[in-house]
Design a protein around this ligand. Sequence first.
Ligand code: PLP
Length: 427
Amino acid sequence: MKSNVTNLRPQPQFRNVELAEFVTLRVDNYYRERVHNTWAGGHIMRGRRPGPDALQLCSNDYLAVARHPRVLEAMVESLLRDGNGLLMSGIFVHGACPHTELEQHLADFMQAEAGVLCQSGYAANTGLIQVIAGENVPVYADMMAHMSLWEGIKCAGARPVTIFHNEAEHLERQILRHGPGVVVVDSIYSTTGSIAPLREIVDICEATGCVLVADESHSLGTHGPNGEGLVVELGLAERVHFRTASLAKAFAGRAGFISCSRRFADYFKSESNPAIFSSTLLPHDIHGLAATLGVIRQEHWRRERLRENAAYLRRELDALGYNLNGSECQIVSLESGTEQNTIVLRDALESRGIFGSIFCAPATPRSRALMRFSVHAGLGRADLERLVAVCGEIRDEVGLAAWGSTRRKQRGRPAPAAASAQEVAAA
Ligand SMILES: Cc1ncc(COP(=O)(O)O)c(C=O)c1O
C-alpha cells in the first residue's frame, strides 16, 4: 500500500522539450554569469523572508491607500455585482460606462481634455510611443527614462537618441543636430528619485517643434496641490502634449493612464497595439481606482506626511554619508555600485528587518546597482528612526566608504551621466 504522503503529493515527472542551441546559450549564460559568478549561486532579488516586525520599504503605495476602506469597499461591491465583467480589448469600450467615466475624471483631475486608461503604465508607454513615433522620427530619451518608453521606441521602429540624464543643454544640442521628434522623460526617475528639469525641457520642445511625453508615474498623486502631478504643480499642463502614468504607484491599483486630447484618445484606442491586442481592465479595477481618486483628492494629510517623512529620511541619510544622487522626493536610494556590494547591503539590512527594493542591470547601469527605499505616508517617526539607526550601524559592514557613489559625494561630483549613457541605452 502507498503511504499517505505519496497519495497526497504525487510527483509527476514531465520531460521538457529540448530547446535549440541559440536559446540554451542564453539561458546558460544567465546561470553562469549572473547566478554563479556574480551572485555566488544565490539570487540578488531573493534574500530573507520578512518577519512580522519587518519594515517594508519596497511598495510604491506612496500614500498608503492600498487598504483604504473606501477603496476596498468599492472593489468588493463591484466584484460581487459585476463579477469580472466583459473580457475584451479596450477597442470595444465606448459610450457612457464606468470605464469611460473614470477616464474623464482622471483627465479632469490632471487638467487635460481627455485620457485613456490602459492595462498598465508599461502598456501606456509602449502603446503611446508606438502610435506617435515612426521609422524616421528621432525619439530623444533621457538615459534613465523608464524601460517601457525605450520599448515603445522599438515598437515604433523609431530612431532612439540618448540624452544624458537631466541635461537639458544636451537635449537641445541633439535636437538641433537630428531635427524635431519626440522627447520622452520621467517627471521623477524611479531609481534615484531625481526630478526632470521640466520647465527647461518644455521651452526646448516648443522652440524646436518637438512633441513631449512626460511619465508621471512617480508624481501623480504625490505632487501638485491635490495630487495632480508634477506637470500641474509647475503650471505646465497646457504645454506638455502627453502625460503617462502607472496607476500602480500612488493609486495603488493595476492600470496605466495617458492624458491627451479627445481626438487623440480615439485614435489611440483604435491604433495602439495594447488597446487592440490585449484585454482591458476589469470592473473592480475601475471602481477601485475611482474610489482612490476621491481619496487622493481629499486626504491632503497623506501628501504632507509623505513629504515630511521623505525629507526627514533624506536629511538623516545624507548626514550619515550616503550619496542620495540628488533625490528630491519619496524615492531614496543607496547606490552600492556592484551587484556583490548590493548583496552585502541587502543582507545587512534584511538581517535587521529592513526590506527595500534592489535595482540592478538592466534597470541601472551595471556598476551602479542600488537599494531603493520607497517612503510612504503610513510610516511613523519610530519607523524612520529605526531605518536611520540601521543605516548608521551598517556603514562599515557594507563598506560605505569605498563605494563609488560615496567617493563622488566626497568630491562633490554629480552622478557620471556621460560614462554610463551607452550602458543604459544598451541595457
Ligand atoms: C516611471 C515608470 N513608468 C512606467 C512604469 C510601468 O508601470 P506598470 O507597473 O503599471 O506597468 C513604471 C513601473 O515600474 C515606472 O516606474
